[in-house]
Design a protein around this ligand. Structure first.
Ligand SMILES: N[C@@H](CCC(=O)N[C@@H](CS)C(=O)NCC(=O)O)C(=O)O
Length: 244
């Protein structure tokens, strides 16, 4: 496949939203350059020249050409990448052409965020045990949702790694890393999430899903767990100190 657009991704390894776009580009076999944005010290030109909201990710299409355009918002970028490259070089299709599958994939990414993101942040940054229990419950509900869509998977919509997996995996991966690093509060009602994932029947479908996602070359190439551990340890311990 010849690639007709130059692509430059403004990204940050720490950011789960930027991570989605790296996964989509890798899965597509796209050629792209990256610019790592230090979120603690963003270049002063970034907001003006790249992304008015001053956030990562941003995909610059045809950088410095007359028809250059800058695309913000992770799932918009994932969709754009799938429109440019599907069916991808791996034979996979990131985003189905079927309107029902497309809509349900968007829904499940949105529902996962509703179920999990707020409680994850509060559990980690505020050491809020109630939020931690809500997070575990949210993951159990997610297990049911993906079981309803495909009992065997291993991916959310069946045997292919697609839009829904890309939308959710970077957030789930970070939750697991925070758990393994013992940065969540301990709860009398639930074991640590990485232990529950191994043994709890109510997360069995999530376990199957996660094993398949984390084995993908695109995941292994784009997830720098050591960096996440270092950055999250500083951030979460900093937030804990401030709360004292
Ligand atoms: N809805 C956006 C969220 C992007 C976002 O919140 N990115 C964060 C990093 S994870 C960011 O760039 N924040 C600005 C900052 O930290 O200054 C998306 O999905 O792309």
């Amino acid at each position: 496949m010849s690639q007709s657009h130059d692509l430059l991704l403004y990204t940050a390894k720490v950011c789960p939203y930027a991570h989605r776009t790296e996964l989509a580009l890798e899965e597509s076999g796209a050629k792209y350059d990256t610019f790592q944005v230090d979120l603690a010290n963003k270049p002063e030109w970034y907001a003006e020249k790249v992304n008015k909201a001053s956030k990562v990710p941003t995909l610059v299409v045809d950088d410095k050409k007359p028809d250059q355009f800058n695309l913000p918002e992770s799932m918009v970028i994932v969709e754009f990448v799938s429109d440019l490259f599907d069916p991808v070089s791996t034979g996979n299709t990131i985003h189905s052409k079927d309107p029902k599958v497309r809509a349900d994939s968007r829904y499940i990414v949105e529902r996962f965020a509703q179920l999990v993101v707020g409680s994850y942040m509060s559990a980690a940054l505020k050491q809020d045990v109630v939020a931690f229990n809500e997070l575990v419950q949210g993951l159990r509900t997610f297990n049911e949702l993906i079981l309803e869509r495909s009992s065997q998977g291993p991916f959310i919509k069946g045997d292919k790694f697609t839009f829904a997996d890309i939308g959710i995996a970077p957030i789930f991966g970070r939750i697991l890393t925070v758990s393994k690093t013992n940065l969540f509060p301990s709860s009398a009602d639930a074991a640590p999430i990485h232990e529950l994932l191994e043994k709890d029947a109510s997360l069995a479908r999530v376990k199957t899903w996660w094993e398949a996602v984390s084995a993908r070359p695109s995941w292994q190439k784009t997830y720098d767990e050591k960096l996440i551990v270092d950055m999250f340890t500083k951030r979460i311990q900093g937030a804990q100190q401030q709360a004292k």
